[in-house]
Design a protein around this ligand. Structure first.
Ligand code: FAD
Ligand code: SF4
Length: 509
């Protein structure tokens, strides 16, 4: 029988103080429910730091809600709750709750499971829009409707205009919408100098307990926990953002695409996990960056580059996810079917760029965008790895991984598996790109300037083999004219040797 109380369900990526489900409820009447399940932590074999970050942030949030006067039911890993839906229905029964209130889930699968469970059990479920984003799911659908193609740049400009971000009397400040051409710097031979180390947060007692739990419950999962230093509360996330704006934002744009051996973080913000868990709000990030530009502490190309990532790419990616799910997850437009090489899980490969990008991923649960796109993603694209296996990997190994961001980035941007929804052409590249943007090739047994022979870089023969394999498809793509012309210039004998090398490599992979 109902006793008039509501259950406020707070999911692991809904930890913000602005969660509307809390605003719609009353601490004196309603109960907050938070659930750790092995299923959520282990539905892909998650990096230990990813699991630890979610659990530690959830436990800290539960404590802060209690301090604010809420009654919090916290179901821990040790309670062996089989699923979110089971934990929720149990709580509804236990307290005779009249209704469940939650903010819309970030992930389609979670939302669908909770909707079904509540419908089947006759439980009243109230789902509120997530105000974290500039554009709601409906806003994006309205923007997208009637468009032949969804172009991120068009979306980005629409958001900037609508919210007056970096705008001056209807015009973009600095006279340009896009400073990408100033933002492709590499470091030169001497490498990055005086890199400001990013702020890290020494695990407190609660995080230490979580790290122990993770080692106990998920001993076989990838990654290590001893480097854990991610923000686990909103206060820490605020400090991490301030640290980025003060020390790394001024060079963010210029070196956004650069990579360097032994330097996992460079000038990146390291805020994606805090944003995705809602410890940070995107408006706060945008305001801090724009303020830095107005005060003369960061140049326009850096600030525009950062704004583009957050109000452009991040919001666009979310819009694409919700517009095309659930079918999107099945996309495999290039018919790729190879298994994921085992070195993705341990970094054990003699290709130095991959070993660096995967090694730091296992150490920190972090690699920056170009490492994900142009090293691990590019390799999987060229090698024709099954997108489902690649998605599983990206969802598992990064601390910021949540499906709504991971899936369109992997399927759409990295693998071109979605038929061109996210990108008009594949981000396929030979060793030349990696050589130009990093020093990885200097420490490698392969040579980036060779495409055949024992020392030839696998990225080279795989690149030409990829283009040749998909020749008919890419021939009609205007943006692929240049690489397809270069493919046509390769003498037949040499192309046969290149394709033979690719074939042998892929057979042994
Ligand atoms: P910065 O490089 O400093 O950028 C600032 C912020 O911009 C990021 O924190 C992030 O919130 C946002 N951003 C930048 N690029 C993107 C993008 N393409 N999509 C969405 N947001 C973006 N990001 C995730 O948050 N979760 C994921 O699961 C994820 N999976 C990815 C998988 C692949 C194959 C690729 C190519 C990219 C993926 N990204 C993902 C996007 C991007 O790589 C990360 O957001 C970024 O590397 C996080 O590091 P940072 O905070 O230092 O970002
Ligand atoms: Fe990577 Fe090839 Fe360069 Fe080696 S030579 S680091 S495999 S791009």
């Amino acid at each position: 029988m109902s006793n008039g109380c509501n259950i406020v369900l707070v999911l692991g990526d809904q930890l913000g103080e602005d969660n509307p489900a809390l605003a719609a409820s009353a601490p004196s009447r309603d109960r907050v429910l938070m659930i750790e399940t092995r299923g959520e932590a282990g539905h892909v074999p998650s990096h230990k730091q990813r699991v630890a970050l979610f659990l530690s942030a959830m436990r800290h949030r539960a404590q802060s809600l209690r301090n604010a006067g809420w009654t919090v039911d916290y179901i821990g890993l040790g309670d062996e709750c089989p699923s979110l839906a089971d934990g929720l229905l149990d709580a509804v029964d236990r307290y005779g709750a009249s209704r469940v209130i939650m903010t819309e889930a970030g992930e389609w699968r979670v939302q669908a499971a909770l909707l079904k469970a509540c419908r089947d059990a006759g439980v009243d479920l109230q789902i509120l829009d997530d105000p974290h984003f500039y554009m709601s799911r409906d806003d994006f659908a309205v923007w997208a409707s009637g468009r032949k193609r969804l172009v991120m740049e068009h979306f980005y400009r629409a958001v900037r205009k609508r919210f007056g971000i970096l705008m001056d009397e209807g015009k973009p400040v600095g006279g340009r919408w896009n400073f990408d051409r100033d933002n492709r710097g590499s470091f030169g031979r001497q490498g990055p100098e005086n890199l400001p180390p990013p702020m890290r947060f020494e695990p407190d007692k609660q995080t230490v307990e979580v790290l122990e739990d993770v080692e106990r419950h998920f001993p076989g999962h990838p990654g290590r926990t001893d480097h854990f230093g991610w923000p686990v509360t909103s206060d820490q996330a605020d400090a991490a953002l301030a640290d980025f704006v003060a020390h790394r934002l001024p060079h963010f744009g210029e070196y956004q695409d650069a990579m360097w051996t032994g330097e996992p973080f460079l000038y990146h913000a390291l805020i994606s996990a805090s944003l995705n868990l809602k410890l940070l709000n995107p408006r706060q990030c945008i305001e801090a960056a724009v303020r830095a530009w107005r005060d003369g502490r960061a140049p326009i190309q850096a600030v525009e580059g950062f704004v583009r990532q957050i109000v452009g790419w991040r919001e666009f990616i979310r819009g694409v996810y919700w517009l095309h799910m659930p079918g999107y997850a099945e996309s495999n437009d290039l018919g790729a079917c190879r298994s994921l090489p085992s070195f993705y899980w341990d970094g054990d490969t003699d290709m130095n760029c991959l070993s660096e990008a995967i090694g730091q991923t296992l150490d920190y649960g972090y690699a920056h965008h170009i490492q994900r796109l142009m090293v691990t993603g590019n390799f999987a694209l060229l090698a024709g790895v099954d997108p489902a296996r690649v998605c599983e990997w990206y969802l598992a190994v990064y601390v910021d991984a949540v499906e709504w961001v991971e899936l369109p980035n992997t399927l759409g941007m990295a693998l071109h598996a979605d038929g061109g929804i996210v990108g008009t052409k594949p981000y396929a590249a030979s060793a030349n790109y990696i050589r130009r943007m990093s020093n990885y090739c200097e420490g490698c047994r392969y040579r980036p300037d060779r495409r055949t022979g024992d020392e030839a870089c696998p990225f080279n023969y795989l690149y030409w083999d990829f283009l040749a394999r998909h020749r008919d498809r890419f021939r009609g793509n205007r943006r692929m004219t240049f690489p397809m012309r270069n493919l046509d210039r390769i003498p037949t004998d040499e192309l046969t040797a290149i394709r033979g090398a690719a074939d042998s490599f892929l057979k042994e992979m």
